[in-house]
Design a protein around this ligand. Structure first.
Ligand SMILES: Cc1cc2nc3c(=O)[nH]c(=O)nc-3n(C[C@H](O)[C@H](O)[C@H](O)COP(=O)(O)OP(=O)(O)OC[C@H]3O[C@@H](n4cnc5c(N)ncnc54)[C@H](O)[C@@H]3O)c2cc1C
Length: 383
């Protein structure tokens, strides 16, 4: 599409073409099997790591792409277009599961966890949600209490993307339970640590190629060196910074799924003939497609604009929630219309549109529901 508020630079355009080609040629052929088996094709993490774009925003010296937030959005959009499940696994790794270490971690933590993650040699996960605590983050029940040179973690984490396959997980827990919200810290917990286990792999409606699990911590002892930021308190701010960044990327996830739905539907409408002509020639169908294209353009402009501001160091806490809210709600309309235009065939498993429809349904829920985004926006507006 031509009209975009933010024009990509030459470098970003080249990157977009490269990722698009990678997603179609390398990821595309793996999708059917990965979705059927419910397994993440983790070999692609290594391939992407070696090529330097698994974590496009981190410095080249660390093995990253040396790019910006827009490049991360481009990566996520192009991967999601082909497979939202795999893209979800990448986002949990390259964003949520590594950003706190990149931004707040010690040199030793970076060496041990971040560098191998950037190369795709270690897989990361991010554990905030609990069985009894979702939107109300300040009510977390997991605790990490100091014991000499260690912390002892007790609690559980629910719906954790990459949980079943992760080499380490960043866990949010209270170090000072009496300080609501502000007493939270983030810890790195390695696979194999006694007391840490994946209690179940969860069976989802969509995004089957992202593996999701429940994690349990029972008297799980981690060295105090694994506390991100090095001192108690401050984890809430680290969480917030991580989530703001994630909400911008979320716009790109919605875009990828929306664009895939539009492309499939536009092709289908041109091919499907009823009453002697392609259904795309009926005004009611072409108007729906026109609106879908318009919404995608707005979503892309809005996401990239916010990513651009974020890259300039502007505080975009409110805008990031607006991106997440607008894009995740708008893509529901796109997916619903896309299914409708496919008629009965859309409801058949052999047509790809059903996968995007299932995959995209959860977008209004994860990384803060639409209600949570409205709360953030209203608060930022001083309401
Ligand atoms: C596929 C998938 C992957 C996920 N990956 C991760 C992950 O990697 N790491 C992680 O930590 N979490 C992850 N999650 C969890 C996700 O972030 C939570 O599901 C989400 O934050 C909502 O929490 P909840 O499910 O407990 O819903 P609840 O918080 O129980 O909310 C239920 C409903 O009530 C509404 N609600 C709650 N409070 C209010 C209020 N004050 N006013 C109005 N409405 C309200 C909500 O908007 C929602 O509609 C994942 C979830 C899924 C489904």
């Amino acid at each position: 599409m031509a009209s975009q508020y933010y024009e990509l630079t030459e470098e970003q355009r080249i990157f977009q073409d490269m990722i698009n080609e990678f997603a179609v040629k390398e990821l595309g052929p793996l999708v059917e099997e990965a979705e059927a088996k419910g397994e993440t094709p983790t070999e692609l993490f290594k391939t992407m790591g070696e090529m330097g774009f698994l974590c496009p925003r981190y410095p080249v010296e660390m093995g990253g792409g040396g790019g910006d937030k827009i490049m991360e959005c481009i990566l996520v959009e192009q991967l999601t277009r082909v497979c939202a499940g795999f893209a979800g696994a990448v986002v949990a790794h390259s964003g949520l599961g590594t950003m706190p270490i990149h931004q707040f971690g010690s040199d030793e933590q970076k060496e041990r966890f971040l560098l191998p993650a950037i190369k795709g040699e270690k897989i990361a996960a991010f554990g905030l949600t609990e069985p009894n605590v979702g939107s109300d983050t300040a009510s977390l029940q997991t605790k990490a209490l100091r014991d000499g040179d260690n912390y002892v973690i007790n609690g559980s984490k629910m719906f954790i993307t990459n949980g079943p396959i992760a080499d380490y997980v960043i866990v949010a827990a209270y170090t000072q339970p009496e300080k609501r919200g502000w007493g939270i810290n983030l810890f790195i917990v390695e696979k194999g640590t006694p007391g840490y286990s994946v209690s179940q792999k969860l069976d989802k409606v969509g995004q089957h190629s992202a593996e999701t699990g429940e994690l349990v911590f029972e008297d799980c002892v981690v060295p105090a060196d694994n506390l991100i930021g090095g001192e108690e308190g401050g984890g809430f701010q680290q969480l917030e910074d991580t989530l703001v960044s994630g909400r911008i990327t979320y716009g790109a996830r919605c875009l990828g799924t929306g664009q895939a739905a539009y492309d499939l539907t536009s092709d289908y409408a041109r091919q499907r003939t009823q009453f002697g002509k392609p259904i795309s020639k009926f005004q009611s169908i072409s108007f729906k497609l026109a609106e879908m294209a318009m919404h995608l353009d707005i979503m892309r402009s809005y996401t990239w604009r916010t990513a651009h501001l974020y890259d300039q160091g502007v505080d975009v806490k409110m805008e990031a929630s607006m991106v997440k809210l607008f894009c995740s709600e708008t893509v529901q309309k796109i997916l619903s219309e896309a299914m409708h235009i496919h008629g009965g065939y859309g409801y058949m498993m052999e047509y790809d549109i059903q996968r995007h429809w299932r995959d995209g349904r959860v977008f209004t829920v994860t990384e803060g529901t639409s209600e949570v985004q409205r709360m953030v926006i209203a608060r930022e507006l001083g309401l």
